[in-house]
Ligand binder design. Structure first.
Ligand code: AVI
Length: 344
């Protein structure tokens, strides 16, 4: 089966300019912030892959177990009413290396003989790895990779009107957006789909004290502050990136990783806390003149939110973006949910 990569036209601003712009914007905020996409340079993407295999980071293995247990049902429901529109095509937003997706692709091939898979990601390297793994391991899949930032651009779906689309947005990626931005991302996706197409959304569940009583704030905190220090390295790597890409002079040992559970907003927050009163310099670049950033001891840069959802909150989000929940699956401990919704 063929594998093709379509690159969209060069973005108007280069990645380096975008890094400079984001650093300038976020570090002038009060409180200081940095956008989470800055995590994913080559080392950051590698550290994230390591996070997904940590004993404390239950999200990836739990979602995988839900796919293993229910792929048959998920694919059958997504294809319901398919009629003359032929086979399901699978697209995936933020596919990365698409490790869990193989379970769904193999099931799609089992049910319909072959499947077209369109992973969309900003990382060409991750897409190349995904494509290579899938082509080597799952015969019957045609991979059509697309390099694009699905959060800012219309999706380059090249959709085949005679097929029905199942869009995958898995791995709790939606949790890294504010509720308003999450709605916009899903609305953008909805705008590219036809009624009857479906979305499979993976969300991490909030501790409820009820059905998932063993999901505690402590469990969440451990997932974002692991004993081996991989998440700390992932968080601190953003400063290494600013030093390398912008010539900034962050001293890494003067910052520490901190994760906290914010029950009011139902989110884990990641911060980089300054261990001293200090001044950091960022030289002039295409995004603006040289600037300095002053930190007081104990002050932090807020680098990431990871929202945790109740089942009704997932449904509300889907409704607000033009989808209707048709079914959902959870692991026996109710740690994670996978929800299928139809475009209406
Ligand atoms: C990519 N995203 C879903 C991860 C999460 O759990 O929010 C990113 C991450 N941050 C720290 N650990 C993992």
């Amino acid at each position: 089966m063929p594998s093709t990569t379509f690159a969209l036209d060069e973005p108007v601003i280069s990645t380096l300019d975008a890094v400079g712009y984001e650093a300038r914007l976020g570090l002038s905020n009060n409180p200081k912030t940095l956008t989470p996409w800055l995590f994913y340079d080559e080392l950051g993407s590698h550290l994230f892959e390591q996070i997904t295999e940590l004993p404390e980071y239950y999200l990836t293995r739990t979602e995988r177990s839900i796919f293993t247990a229910h792929a048959d049902e998920i694919l059958r429901e997504a294809a319901l009413g398919q009629g003359p529109r032929g086979k399901l095509t699978l697209i995936e937003l933020g596919a990365g290396t698409a490790t869990k997706t193989g379970i769904l692709l193999a099931e799609a091939v089992r049910q319909q003989g072959s499947v077209v898979y369109q992973p969309v990601d900003v990382s060409e390297t991750a897409l190349a790895e995904a494509s290579e793994n899938i082509l080597a391991n799952i015969p019957g899949v045609a991979v059509r990779s697309q390099v694009a930032d699905y959060t800012r651009e219309a999706l380059p779906l090249n959709r085949l009107v005679e097929t029905r689309t199942l869009a995958l947005y898995i791995g709790s990626s939606i949790g890294n957006f504010t509720p308003e931005d999450a709605k916009d991302v899903l609305r953008n996706l909805r705008a590219q789909l036809l009624p009857g197409d479906t979305l499979l959304l993976g969300t991490d569940l909030a501790p409820s004290g009820g059905s998932n009583a063993n999901k505690t704030a402590a469990m969440l905190l451990a997932a974002y502050d692991d004993a081996a220090g991989v998440t700390a390295a992932f968080n601190l790597n953003v400063l290494t990136r600013l030093n390398r890409d912008l010539g900034a002079d962050f001293v890494l040992r003067n910052f520490r990783h901190r994760a906290c559970w914010n029950p009011t907003q139902s989110r884990i927050e990641m911060h980089l806390e300054s261990l001293a009163d200090q001044r950091v310099h960022i030289p002039a670049n295409a995004s603006g003149p040289a600037f300095t950033v002053d930190f007081a001891q104990g002050e932090s840069i807020h680098t990431e939110n990871s929202y945790k959802f109740t089942a009704p909150a997932v449904e509300d989000l889907l409704d607000s973006a033009g989808f209707k929940r048709t079914n959902s699956w959870q692991d026996p401990q109710h740690l994670f949910a996978v929800t299928l919704a139809a475009a209406v």
